[in-house]
Design a protein around this ligand. Structure first.
Ligand code: CP
Length: 304
């Protein structure tokens, strides 16, 4: 693959900037990269001569490592700023920190931050292409793309699939991106959560009764209860919403289970269901690198 092929984008702050054609193009490229990775074919030219800065101001395992590896596979230099050891601890402002990282030589920034809108703010300050790796409770665009790629690889398409997003929707940036991407691609989406975790401003179908809808779903997409953002886990929640073996036995034979991770086993999902043949959770992680390669590829197209 060369740097010029396919469409390009300036940055990825929100999935709202992506139309159906953009999404389909991104998925198609991610699927190509997944094949190259599986066949162990090296791909090095797309980001050669460019530097990617990974700036994670909140914890991450999957997103951070897959952005790092995706950038390396495309030939970039990768630098990482760890807030726990950076000069922010000496009182440096976020603006001065990111301007310093730009001056060091970053050409693309990948940003995770607890503050909503911070990736867009950093893009304004630096003038660099920024990829939002999760901002507060707002969006997690590349996780939504990873999930689309995973669904596509499993079902061969997305149109008319019935999917329920189950759990702590109110605090979930993953849901914040999925609720825009999935309907654009023809998925019939239902939000399923306790009343207090259902968004008040959504026009999507919503229910607090998982039992009444579970047998109709092709995809059960579970979310972690985000205690770090004020949500609490109760026994009632486990009873009404945990996907355990008895509940999984009520699903359609071909239904699959997804979760963006990290998983809290014994809360939103039981051990055995997480590891069952229905679970695409590991597959979602495996699609993280090729999907993020596809995102870098689109951004690299606008950099030269
Ligand atoms: N899904 C996700 O964002 O996982 P990490 O927090 O481990 O990156």
């Amino acid at each position: 693959m060369d740097r010029e092929s396919g469409s390009s984008m300036k940055e990825l702050i929100s999935v709202r900037s992506l139309g159906q054609a953009d999404l389909e193009s991104m998925v198609s490229r991610a699927l190509e990269y997944r094949e190259l990775i599986d066949d162990r074919v090296p791909v090095t030219e797309v980001l050669s001569g460019l530097c990617v800065a990974n700036l994670f101001f909140e914890p991450s395992t999957r997103t951070r490592l897959s952005f790092d590896l995706a950038a390396q596979k495309l030939g970039a230099d990768v630098i990482t700023c760890d807030p726990a050891t950076s000069s922010t601890l000496k009182g440096e402002s976020l603006r001065d920190t990111v301007l310093a990282i730009a001056a060091v030589g970053a050409h693309i920034m990948v940003v995770r931050h607890g503050g909503e809108g911070i990736p867009g703010q950093i893009a304004e300050w630096t003038g660099l292409p920024v990829i939002n790796a999760g901002d507060g409770m707002n969006e997690h665009p590349t996780q939504a793309l990873v999930d689309v790629v995973t669904i596509y690889r499993h079902f061969g398409g997305l149109r008319d699939l019935r999917m329920g997003i189950v759990g702590d929707i109110a605090h979930s940036r993953v849901a914040g991106s999925l609720i825009h991407v999935l309907p654009t691609l023809g998925v019939e989406l239902t939000l399923i959560a306790p009343e207090e975790w259902l968004p008040s401003d959504s026009t999507l179908p919503a229910t607090s009764d998982l039992t009444s809808i579970q047998a109709d779903l092709d995809i059960v997409y579970l979310l972690r209860v985000q205690t770090e953002r004020g949500a609490t886990i109760s026994d009632e929640y486990r009873t009404r919403f945990q996907l355990d073996s008895p509940r999984a036995a009520c699903l359609r034979d071909a239904a699959v289970v997804m979760h963006p991770g990290p998983v809290n086993r014994g809360v939103e999902i039981s051990d055995d269901v997480a590891e069952s043949a229905r679970s695409l959770i590991t597959e979602q992680v495996a699609n993280g690198v090729p999907t993020r390669m596809a995102v870098f590829h689109s951004i690299a197209g606008g950099l030269r």
